[in-house]
Design a protein around this ligand. Structure first.
Ligand SMILES: Cc1ncc(COP(=O)(O)O)c(C=O)c1O
Length: 467
């Protein structure tokens, strides 16, 4: 018997809600207000379906080779993350076990980075990502410098920070938000990292620190941290300036300890006073978790640590925001317990092998020049050979039509005329997918050779946001 309005009258809508198939519901046929709150409610399943379907318009995370951020975790980790979804991390008094787990993660990371342990407590904090950690480490460097200058009766009004032009935009933000002069040193054709000598020449008595990047966002290269350290030791000895070295190990911090354990880039070097690392990159955790670690207590000025008791006992914090989720911290601990050194080493070695395969194959096909190099992050960065009548942006656009998300962007100042494509090889990207990516790249290049774009689209030349 067909259900009709005439037969059941005023209860028609309600009856339809209960028995109608999902796409028989009126919510599926009428627009939902997008920019103001609807007057009425809707069934939970319908709300879920509508939002779930709209999200299909996003790219596929596993094919998103633009991002360094984890897109896959084990189902047991998913389960734990959902279990703690309702726990606000800041409620330390209410969730003491979560708090202890954060402290354990800090100790594990500090140990991986060869920090000197302070009794039982390593010096560090979880953050939302490397960006927050960078702001915190930058603030600590600035405050330490102010304290040193004030003790000498010297000027404290013009702090500066020295770094390469390959820095992530967060460093520029830090400098602008916290009134620090940003001294970016240019790259050069064939050198996509900082030049230590040039960096030292940019330092003076107002330099709060020098930043070295363990895995640049642009090409994945490790900056020469040991050379920066040695140069800074010599400079500080000569001038008495005490300039700190900070390592932005957003990506490399969870690659180097496992893939290159003998590489000296961390607290083994005396000038390294603080390190940031993203748990949600090669720490293999969903977004958002990062870590800020200091060499020793004296590197984190006490006046930056806040004590409050809103939530019960006295708790001390150094962060930019108050409430935050617990899930990624628990996810990080899951990985530490589950993987141990052996598991992380196995993952990193597979990723580097896949990188090696991509590098070799792309190089041998001759249409791209590989700028990235093995011995660094498993990140493939290429530029097209000049004889191809198409731009990197055209290639990225055509790959996107096939589902692959591969960013094209200009390099930083001094080499900004170079436009490159980048693929981040991260967990979830298998050798098999690598094969398929190369096949797609080959097809796209052949297609563009046959039908070159009428005119390459003009692109912005100023520094782009690369993430
Ligand atoms: C070198 C570097 N530093 C900092 C960041 C910012 O990290 P997050 O996304 O964890 O805030 C990134 C992000 O890609 C990065 O590559």
């Amino acid at each position: 018997m067909a259900l009709t309005k005439q037969k059941i009258g005023a209860d028609y809508d309600e009856a339809l809600r209960v028995i109608a198939p999902m796409f028989g519901l009126r919510e599926m046929a009428s627009p939902i207000p997008r920019f103001e709150l609807a007057d009425s409610d809707m069934p939970a399943d319908a709300a879920y379906q509508l939002i779930h379907d709209e999200l299909q318009l996003d790219g596929t995370p596993v094919l998103n080779l633009a991002s360094f951020v984890t897109t896959w975790m084990e189902p047991q980790a998913d389960k734990l993350c959902i279990e703690v979804a309702g726990k606000n991390f800041i409620d330390q008094e209410e969730y003491p076990a979560t708090n202890k787990i954060e402290q354990r993660c800090i100790s594990i990371i500090a140990d991986l980075f060869h920090a000197t342990a302070e009794g039982e407590r390593a010096i560090g904090t979880s953050t939302i990502g490397s960006s927050e950690a960078i702001h915190l480490c930058g603030l600590a460097m600035k405050r330490n410098w102010i304290n040193r200058q004030a003790a000498k009766g010297a000027d404290t009004s013009r702090p500066n920070l020295v770094m390469s032009a390959a820095v992530h935009v967060t460093w520029e933000k830090f400098c602008r938000y916290f009134d620090v002069e940003c001294r970016e040193r240019p790259l050069a054709e064939g050198r996509y990292v900082i030049d230590p000598e040039d960096a030292m020449a940019a330092c003076d008595e107002n330099t709060i620190g020098v930043v070295g990047i363990l895995g640049t966002t642009y090409t994945g290269h490790f900056e020469p941290i040991k050379d920066l350290n040695d140069a800074l030791v010599a400079l500080n000895d000569r001038t008495g300036w005490q300039i700190a070295l900070h390592v932005d190990a957003a990506s490399g911090g969870f690659v180097a300890p496992f893939a290159y354990p003998d590489l000296e880039w961390d607290f083994r070097l005396p000038s390294v006073r603080s390190i940031n690392v993203s748990g949600h990159k090669y720490g293999l955790v969903y977004p958002g978790v990062g870590w800020a670690i200091w060499r020793e207590a004296g590197d984190l000025p006490q006046e930056l640590i806040f004590h409050d008791s809103y939530l019960g006992n006295d708790q001390s914090t150094f962060d930019l925001n108050f409430s935050k989720p617990s899930a990624s911290i628990i996810g990080q601990y899951y990985n530490f317990v589950r993987l141990g050194r052996a598991g992380y080493t196995a993952v990193m070695s597979n990723l580097l092998e896949t990188y090696g395969f991509l590098d070799e194959t792309v190089h041998s096909r001759g249409r791209c020049e590989v700028l990235s190099e093995s011995g660094n992050l498993p990140v493939l960065c290429v530029r097209l050979t000049p004889d191809l009548q198409a731009s990197a942006h055209d290639v990225a656009h055509h790959l996107r039509q096939r589902g692959w998300i591969v960013p094209a962007y200009s390099m930083p100042p001094a080499v900004e005329d170079m436009t490159v494509l980048r693929c981040v090889v991260r967990e979830g990207f298998s050798r098999d997918l690598g094969d398929q990516l190369l096949e797609a790249l080959n097809d796209v290049i052949r297609e563009l050779e046959k039908n070159p774009p009428a005119r390459p689209k003009p692109r912005r030349r100023s520094k782009q946001r690369v993430c």
